[in-house]
Write a protein that binds this ligand. Structure first.
Ligand code: SF4
Length: 265
């Protein structure tokens, strides 16, 4: 698999390009009780490896109240495999935007079967939103932020209601805005665990090989990061890992504040 390095996004406050809200740590921690709980969880996560952080999210005070959001993209098998080893009944929320590659849908089915995930929940945009905002299905070509908002952000917000914690597959190496990301954060009413925060592409590759996990079929076809079909292209020689996402736009996240982007959607 040919993976390329230096996947950094340019943050230029002079041009108004700043970390998206999704990547700003500490959102919502003005409440002293939440801040204290966050500090305690961050201390508990210190020194733990990815599995240890997952156990903190799944087995202790959040047991039964934690969901993982997965894109079933290029790197998703790693996190899903770890979760399946701990508790295959963990709710896995899969966002079907209606614009995904067929390969992603088939990969989802394959991983679910292989890993024995028993609570996979496919969600999508509300039909009323689709009718009102994108009846032709071409909004992505005019306004990607508006398209991502009704196809991703709003459905995920609805799906995460009722969960007090969330697991993401975000990694620090993915964008500039994530360089300081901590293993535990608080954002928009719930705690967020990032067990792979410190992992590199080489770590992910080693895990996939060690556990003989199937790869997303598009990875070997030149797509190291995979999202919706209209907004994802192959990376070219010399390009970085996420250059195939929203190519040509000042956009490297879908704006989801709820945890799937960077995993692939
Ligand atoms: S990634 Fe593209 S097609 Fe998918 S929701 Fe965002 S703008 Fe729409």
């Amino acid at each position: 698999m040919a993976l390329v390095s230096a996947p950094f996004t340019v943050i230029d406050t002079a041009r108004g390009i700043v970390p998206r809200a999704f990547d700003r740590a500490g959102q919502g921690t003005n409440d002293p009780a939440i801040a204290a709980r966050l500090a305690r969880l961050q201390a508990a996560a210190k020194g733990r490896d990815a599995e240890g952080i997952l156990r903190l999210a799944l087995e202790e005070e959040f047991a039964g109240h934690t969901a993982v959001v997965s894109s079933f993209g290029a790197e998703s098998a790693v996190l899903l495999h770890m979760i399946a080893q701990i508790d295959p009944t963990t709710p896995v929320i899969f966002l079907n935007t209606g614009k995904l590659f067929g390969e992603t849908l088939r990969y989802r089915d394959r991983l679910q079967d292989l890993l024995g995930l028993t609570d996979l929940r496919a969600i999508g945009p509300h039909p009323d939103d689709r009718a009102a905002r994108d009846p032709e299905g071409t909004l992505w070509s005019r306004d990607t932020d508006a398209c991502c908002n009704f196809r991703k952000v709003l459905p995920l917000k609805r799906a995460l209601e009722g969960f007090s914690a969330q697991i993401t597959g975000r990694k620090r190496f993915q964008t500039n805005a994530r360089h300081e990301m901590l293993p535990v954060e608080y954002f928009e009413g719930r705690f967020r665990f990032n067990p792979l925060a410190e992992w590199s592409l080489a770590d992910l590759e080693a895990y996939i090989v060690k556990h003989n996990l199937p790869r997303h079929p598009l990875v070997e076809d030149g797509y190291p990061s995979i999202g919706c079909m209209p907004c994802t292209r192959r990376v070219l020689s010399g390009e970085s890992y996420r250059d195939g996402r929203w190519a040509g736009l000042d956009k490297d996240e879908c704006g989801i504040h709820t945890g799937v982007d960077g995993e692939g959607i």
